[in-house]
Design a protein around this ligand. Structure first.
Ligand code: PRP
Length: 180
């Protein structure tokens, strides 16, 4: 049986939100270069779309961290599974996330990367669920605040499925046991 997914943000809305963030970043980093750090896997689609609209010089690197394991709540312990290829010392770094939920992943990751002496470090996310926050991490660029729903698409998954959807959808709970 296939899952029911309802559209929360259409493809057009998502692309418009990303373009707006890119314009703000172009403005804020005028005259500088920016080093984007894509946090795999969920941020791939967002990072690529954002980067296409940046007019300042861009370099990119990729990192894999694990905060959830098999659990549905992040553990608070962030393990680096794939580290960056290059040093970030002296660079203007922007960490790109697909979603900030509890905020544990981003706050731990930012603390780790601060120890590597970047010239500046800012945080950017496609989606923010402020209701779920348990840390005081400040995200500099937020494309969309969303309610506390289980969302998929544009990089976000459910058991590795649906990352390729071009929109953000809410995965509806199964109603197979409901009498009709
Ligand atoms: C997701 C997301 C963030 C984190 C946010 O990653 O990409 O990294 O969870 O949750 P938090 O704010 O509660 O810490 P996930 O571990 O699902 O990996 P994925 O990007 O490979 O899907």
């Amino acid at each position: 049986m296939s899952d029911k997914i309802s559209v929360l943000l259409s493809e057009e809305q998502v692309l418009t939100g990303i373009l707006k963030a890119a314009e703000q970043i172009n403005h804020d980093y005028a005259g500088k270069s920016i080093h984007l750090i894509c946090v795999l896997k969920g941020s791939v689609f967002f990072t690529c779309e954002l980067a296409k609209h940046l007019t300042i010089p861009v370099t990119m690197d990729f990192m894999t961290v694990s905060s959830y394991g098999d659990a549905t709540e992040s553990s608070g312990v962030v393990t680096i599974k794939k580290d960056l290829d290059e040093s970030i010392e002296g660079r203007d770094v922007l960490i790109i996330e697909d979603i900030v939920d509890s905020g544990r992943t981003l706050s731990r990751l930012a603390a780790e990367l601060e120890t590597r002496n970047p010239s500046s470090l800012r945080l950017c996310t496609l989606l923010d669920k402020p209701e779920r926050r348990v840390t005081d991490v400040t995200v500099d660029y937020v494309c969309f605040e969303i309610p506390d729903e289980f969302v998929v698409g544009f990089g976000l998954d459910s058991a590795q499925m649906y990352r390729n959807l071009p929109y953000i959808g809410v995965l509806e709970p199964e109603k197979s046991n409901t009498p009709q």
